[in-house]
Design a protein around this ligand. Structure first.
Ligand code: C2E
Ligand code: CA
Ligand code: CA
Ligand code: CA
Length: 274
């Protein structure tokens, strides 16, 4: 960032601009025809040994006639703050389950939830209704929640997660290591999996601190008998280091970017597990 006219002033105007554009995005989002404008893409999660496809993570895409393509890293937090993320989650989950119902039954689907999807009974009931009416086996569904989601209303989120777990869904802790949760708290949740954040994976073969963190997280997953997916793998060097550390499931641009549904099916057909 340029600091020509004094950092503080420029920072203020940048900040204001961001607030303005957030407000704009929020107002467009509230009027959007979400069923049409939202879509889902699917990023493969592969077995580190043979690179066979284990399943896919569903990722939201918004193509707004007003704003063009907006990244989920931008509009999801805005929808969360505006208290309307449920109205996005529901069509997204329907679309993701409809696509995944066409896959081979060995494939799993991962789907991202927000704290707000889990902190009300109505929200929870809506999710269960969508899962049940899709006919998709909940045993093949992994629901991803972030540590930051747990910062809000932990007890209510925990109760919701327990209901979903009893329904058969896997519960996956996303971006593990980037939040502030204590291990005690995590232990109180019926987790089946965690995902190591890509910030620890970047150049881990050259970064002793990252390397040690990934190593410890993998040891923790073994210790807690939880599966572990390593995200954001971009290079062969990272992959080799992760293999040597005993990683099992990986996801990242090295294997594939998120794909539209028909290409996801082609990917799974080309990269089968033996
Ligand atoms: P996330 O759940 O951590 O998803 C992983 C993000 O990393 C995705 O970004 C994915 O495209 C990107 N990614 C995958 N492989 C690589 C790689 O090798 N290198 C790099 N640099 N990035 C990689 P995306 O699709 O832009 O999504 C961003 C975030 O938005 C997600 O992070 C998730 O927190 C949120 N999000 C996306 N879809 C949904 C949704 O349907 N519901 C909710 N609640 N949140 C969603
Ligand atoms: Ca995720
Ligand atoms: Ca993640
Ligand atoms: Ca993330």
């Amino acid at each position: 960032k340029k600091r020509k006219r004094g950092g503080a002033v420029l920072f203020n105007s940048d900040h204001e601009q961001r607030i303005n554009s957030d407000a704009k995005i929020e107002s467009v989002l509230k009027q959007a025809e979400l069923e049409n404008e939202l879509s889902v893409v699917f990023q493969p999660i592969v077995d580190i040994r043979d690179l066979g496809t284990i399943g896919f993570e569903a990722l939201a895409r918004w193509n707004s006639p007003v704003l063009g393509k907006v990244s989920p890293a931008c509009f999801i937090p805005i929808a969360e703050r505006a208290g309307i993320v449920g109205s996005l989650t529901r069509p997204l989950l329907k679309k993701a389950l409809a696509a995944a119902s066409l896959w081979d039954t060995s494939m799993r689907l991962s789907f991202n939830l927000s704290a707000h999807d889990l902190n009300s009974n109505d929200g929870l009931l809506a999710l269960i209704g969508i899962i049940e009416s899709s006919g998709f086996d909940p045993q093949r569904l992994d629901l991803e929640i972030t540590e930051t989601a747990l910062a809000h209303d932990f007890e209510q989120v925990k109760r919701s997660v327990e209901v979903l777990r009893r329904l058969g869904c896997g519960i996956s802790l996303d971006d593990f290591g980037t939040g502030y949760s204590s291990l005690t708290r995590l232990h109180a949740l019926p987790l089946t999996k965690f995902k190591i954040d890509r910030s620890f994976v970047k150049d881990l073969h050259q970064r002793p601190a990252s390397y040690k963190i990934v190593k410890s997280l993998l040891a923790l997953s073994t210790e807690m008998a939880l599966e572990c997916v390593i995200e954001g793998v971009e290079t062969q060097e990272e992959l080799a280091a992760l293999k040597a550390l005993g990683g099992t499931s990986v996801q990242g641009y090295l294997f594939s970017p998120p794909l539209p549904e028909s290409q996801a099916r082609e990917f799974a057909a080309r990269h089968r597990r033996p």
